[in-house]
Design a protein around this ligand. Structure first.
Ligand code: CLF
Ligand code: SF4
Length: 529
């Protein structure tokens, strides 16, 4: 079947078949090819010269054609990640380089976390899975191919999957994540397929640093080691980035922060990728433990602490906006970032199901989502006005238990992660998330896990929850973290600003004293959900 051309509008009732799968859809949301090009990369600047694009940017901060591309992409827009979901298709098992943070038994750690193995699919199985997920999860807007090896080391499987999905579900954005070694060879094919979001993992621009991260790369039928291999990789990554941005494809750069190896160097990487038109920089923590069997895990290479990661992200933010909501998802992840519904969509279940793809239902759902987003933005704006004219050097971190929708709607004991917001007189900003062990396991409190939760949010002054029991409340208070449930089900940012206003008042009246909190842990063990 021929790939639909941009701007094609099929009539309602158009029926397509893929394997045993039927689709009834009204195809009317194709992006015109014109809108894909525009300025290279992001390049949007505010009047002050500050880059105004980035994961936290909203509709008013971006050029309309950029906003169209990012508004419902959960990775490219921090706002969108509260509402929209992505799925990954694990169709690309092979890889062409070796990273010291990777164990090939597991998924690609450039866009994943060690310790979790994804279910491999054929392109046909993957395409059927996309329609099944899109039908069951109407807020799923993006298909990413991110492994479990490197998508461009498996080009036929990767592009075949994109072709099939573009034909059967043209409203779904196509997204690719690669180590970049083969990127220059495939840029034109990526462009022709309307893949308009590409992530390249760039951990260094100096091959001497690269030799400490990559023992070898396999290129042109030959294995290159050490500095020689890292030099080839770096040149190909930067060339690929330039070629993509020249074609108006939005590029995100992922970098793994490895303390003592590339942590300081990532500031230079940030400048290099910004100058080549990258839209967003995602600096992720190294996750490394001996049980992962990686070189770094076995040599005891540590990952960064929460504050080390935040300090590096903050120092790069002046140059370019940073993605801070990455969940280092597995190569077959399904759902909102931070949740994983892949177990509901195994190949076995999908292949025995007859799926009807209802685009109208998806669009109706997404219209409701947009109304919710507008309401949340209006509530935040109104709350922010109450801080107008106030000036203070104080800023605080607040941890939030949420299961999506931009609201405080998760119980403390059910939270698998806490989102962290930094709040000051300028407003509330998402600055990260912390994975934790469930406090409540099968209806019983797991007292030991309270300790890990406290370590994970130790830099926060408060934790917002929908509900919390007496025991964890006392434990948190003893650790100097205030449990707050009075904003249950309210919008996160509006509540954070309201809390901050009260906090300033309590400091002013002497009821509390503001002190800097300590550092916090980033979880290093294998994550399976
Ligand atoms: Fe997937 Fe990556 Fe596309 Fe997103 S994930 S291919 S850009 S759709 Fe997102 Fe997951 Fe982080 Fe990747 S949270 S690991 S950045
Ligand atoms: Fe592993 Fe990904 Fe590196 Fe390949 S690119 S070695 S799959 S981490």
């Amino acid at each position: 079947m021929q790939q639909p051309q941009c701007g094609i509008e099929n009539t309602k009732g158009d029926r397509m078949e893929l394997g045993g799968l039927k689709r009834v859809a009204q195809l009317r949301v194709m992006q015109p090819a014109q809108s894909r090009s525009g300025q290279p990369g992001c390049g949007s600047k505010s009047a002050g010269g500050q880059s105004s694009c980035g994961s936290a940017a909203g509709q008013g901060d971006l050029r309309p054609e950029i906003w169209e591309k990012v508004k419902n992409h959960p990775c490219y827009s921090e706002q969108a990640h509260h509402h929209y979901a992505r799925m990954h298709a694990a169709v690309a098992p092979a890889c062409n380089i070796q990273c010291n943070f990777c164990n090939r038994k597991y998924d690609c750690s450039n866009e994943s976390r060690p310790g979790v193995v994804s279910e491999r699919l054929t392109p046909e199985q993957a395409a059927k899975k996309v329609l099944a997920v899109a039908s069951a999860v109407p807020q799923m807007t993006v298909l990413g191919i991110a492994g479990p090896g490197d998508p461009l080391a498996n080009p036929e499987k990767t592009f075949k999957t994109f072709e099939l999905v573009a034909r059967t579900a043209p409203d779904i954005k196509l997204c690719l994540s690669t180590n970049g070694l083969m990127l220059p060879d495939y840029v034109d094919r990526i462009h022709a397929l309307n893949v308009d979001h590409v992530t390249i993992t760039i951990n260094m621009i100096d091959p001497v640093v690269g030799a400490k991260i990559y023992p070898w790369v396999f290129y042109n039928h030959k294995r290159f080691t050490g500095v020689e291999g890292a030099k080839i990789l770096s040149e190909r990554q930067l060339l690929g980035l330039e070629m993509l941005t020249a074609r108006g494809i939005l590029c995100k750069v992922n970098s793994v922060m490895i303390p003592g190896i590339n942590d300081r160097h990532l500031v230079a990487v940030n400048k290099a990728v910004k100058s080549r038109g990258a839209f967003l920089h995602n600096i992720m923590p190294l996750i490394s433990a001996p049980e992962h069997g990686t070189v770094f895990g076995l040599t005891g290479q540590r990952g960064p602490t929460a504050q080390e990661l935040k300090a590096l992200q903050d120092s790069c933010e002046g140059e370019m906006n940073m993605m801070r909501h990455c969940r280092q998802c597995r190569a077959d992840a399904v759902g909102l970032l931070g949740e994983d519904r892949s177990a509901e969509f195994t190949a076995e279940k999908i292949m025995s199901t007859n799926v009807v793809y209802d685009l109208d239902r998806r669009q109706a759902y997404q219209e409701k989502v947009e109304l919710q987003r507008e309401a949340a933005a209006a509530a935040k704006k109104a709350e922010l006005e109450t801080l107008a004219g106030k000036q203070s050097h104080i800023s605080i971190l607040i941890a939030v238990a949420t299961k999506g929708g931009g609201r405080i709607n998760e119980h403390f004991g059910h939270a698998k992660e806490f989102q962290v917001y930094e709040v000051g007189t300028a407003g509330a900003k998402f600055v990260g998330h912390r994975r934790v062990d469930l406090y409540c396991q099968g209806g019983y409190a797991e007292e030991d896990s309270l300790e890990t939760v406290v370590r994970a949010i130790n830099d926060c002054v408060a934790v917002f929850v929908a509900r919390i029991g007496g025991c964890p409340r006392d434990g948190l208070l003893a650790a100097g973290i205030e449990p707050v449930d009075r904003f249950a089900l309210e919008y996160i940012e509006q509540s954070a600003i309201a809390y901050f206003r009260e906090y300033l008042e309590r400091v002013r009246t002497g009821e509390i004293q503001h002190t800097q909190r300590g550092d916090a842990d980033i979880r290093q063990g294998a994550l399976t959900a």
